[in-house]
Design a binder for this molecule. Sequence first.
Ligand SMILES: C[S@@+](CC[C@H](N)C(=O)[O-])C[C@H]1O[C@@H](n2cnc3c(N)ncnc32)[C@H](O)[C@@H]1O
Length: 231
Amino acid sequence: MKDHPARERWRQVGSDAPREEYFRLLREAVVEFYLADPTNPYQQSGRSSGAQRWEETRRVFVRAIHRSGDFLDVGCANGLLLDTLIAWAAEEGFLLRPHGLDLVPELVELARQRFPGREDCFAVANAFYWTHKRQYDFVRTNLEYVPESDWIPFLRCQYAAVAPGGRLIVGHYRNPDERWVDVAAVVERAGFAVSGRADAPISIAWIDAQEIAAYHPLAADCFRTWPRQKT
Ligand SMILES: C[S@@+](CC[C@H](N)C(=O)[O-])C[C@H]1O[C@@H](n2cnc3c(N)ncnc32)[C@H](O)[C@@H]1O
């Protein structure tokens, strides 16, 4: 509590907290922790424990990569996941082109610096209100970016940003003392078929976009009901 009071406030936020309160506490927690040590790129992506732990907890995403293409990391922080994933996917023969968005401008700036010449592929945005202007072969996102009551419509809208034949990759990160979330079960509750999953070291699941996502009945629903722009 003493070291990271904002993070503690966010962890205590109730599932019934008003959405804007949730986003405010989340943003404060990220700013407090991620920007505290400019010398630690792992901390700037939410994990302070270094390269080995980073690889242990993040290489799992390579299992969801089945082709080369454009990869959007929703909540990209300083771009470290994109950077490392590009290298790990290359070992499997896939070329990924990085794109990212994040709530926190300072982190987006760091991601832009990491990928010179691709600055335009990174944006400051709240994923909940963000509307895609193009589609991506991969969209990677996390459930905890929005309040639990928004998980299902959020997933449907994130899916709408995936190109035909591409994949939506969904994760949920937690601290050891927090409840484990079965991401694949949430994906199924949203009405999608799970194409693949991993339960350790983190819970992730992915969905194949088999058709033009905007025409998928679940994703189409998001275009009618989603708050496209915060008012
Ligand atoms: C744990 S880091 C993820 C870093 C990297 N993508 C990874 O998976 O390791 C979470 C990042 O998501 C961002 N984030 C959280 N909620 C968000 C939202 N609603 N919209 C955009 N970014 C969000 C935070 O600012 C933070 O930089």
